[in-house]
Design a protein around this ligand. Sequence first.
Ligand SMILES: Cc1ncc(COP(=O)(O)O)c(C=O)c1O
Length: 403
Amino acid sequence: MWATPPQRGACHLEGWNNMIETIPATRPARPYFSSGPCAKRPGWSPENLTGAPLGRSHRSKIGKARLKDAIDRTRALLGIPDDFRIGIVPASDTGAVEMAMWSMLGPRPVDMLAWESFGAGWVSDAVKQLGLEVRVLDAPYGEIADLAAVNPAHDVVFTWNGTTSGVRVPDAGWISSDREGLTICDATSAIFAQALDWAKLDVVTYSWQKVLGGEGAHGMLILSPRAVERLESYTPPRPLPKIFRLTKGGKLIEGIFDGATINTPSMLCVEDYIDALKWASSIGGLDAMHARADANVAALAEWVEQTRWVDFLCGDSALRSNTSVCLKITDRDIAALDETAQRAFVKKIESLLEKEEVAFDIGGYRDAPPGLRIWCGATVERNDIEALGPWLNWAFTAAKADL
Ligand SMILES: Cc1ncc(COP(=O)(O)O)c(C=O)c1O
């Protein structure tokens, strides 16, 4: 229970720890700041999906055409080179990353990069499940691994944007153009928001529910010619379940990259993905998508600069995400609490804002240090980020008063 409950319609919440916080006048029009599934695109409606070939086989002419359309639009929007393959695969981004790891890793030493939970998950896969001898280059939350230490003769697995720490690679300058190894890049919370350098990437994966605000369950697997060469020249010494198999008789199954998916996709989700791609094109394409995320994080940064109780988890602005922005609470009283109490404090902020329907799902990831995480990808409106700041102050003040 609150010492004095926050009151709707009141001008101030007063008297707690000498803090005064006005109930904000403006509410975010769309309180969706989750880091996945992320906000649907502005103007989204189920009506936009009425063209989906529901009740039809995904292998029918119309079904295959929709899947091929999704692939072609992906290539056009992202500027993916013509000789790269683009496939829709099962099990979301995790499915795509693990397909690549299980199918390709083994013939070379592997450098595994990890600076937050998802990168750490791929390390665990490589070591505990695949039994590979790997070199782990890691860093604590808020920092990045030593990118210069990556050996171009090794395969490398990394996350372009660490969703749970808000730390991203600054660019692909650290990847050698003459590398012998493959680069396997989990780009799920970067793609459509940050500039990927296709010449430096051999495997890129993502899922639809992040920057595009699409639906979960489907993964995208993008392969360079070098990745295909690995698939066709290397037989991994491990069983591969059907949903991981990309080759037959030592040859790439080309159909997968033409819309003949390994198993059944949701044609409703495919339609929704196409709708998101069309929206992205309609607003100006990739540059506009990047600009929207940049503008959102700039608006959030303005608020952080003016706010004494909070700071970015990532101290280096060159490494700071423009999608999954992670914040730590720097207020001395809160920072002095033990971790459990800090997490409870964050939960309190979250639930106050959820109750007011001004912000959903803004708690940091469960394995990350206690804090907030606010999605700034292109489907979020800058106005809503601007409106959120005062509400965060209000919730912080109310939660602190209740300690
Ligand atoms: C960097 C990263 N990798 C992998 C995943 C898992 O994605 P999915 O649920 O699409 O498999 C996430 C989810 O947030 C992520 O942020």
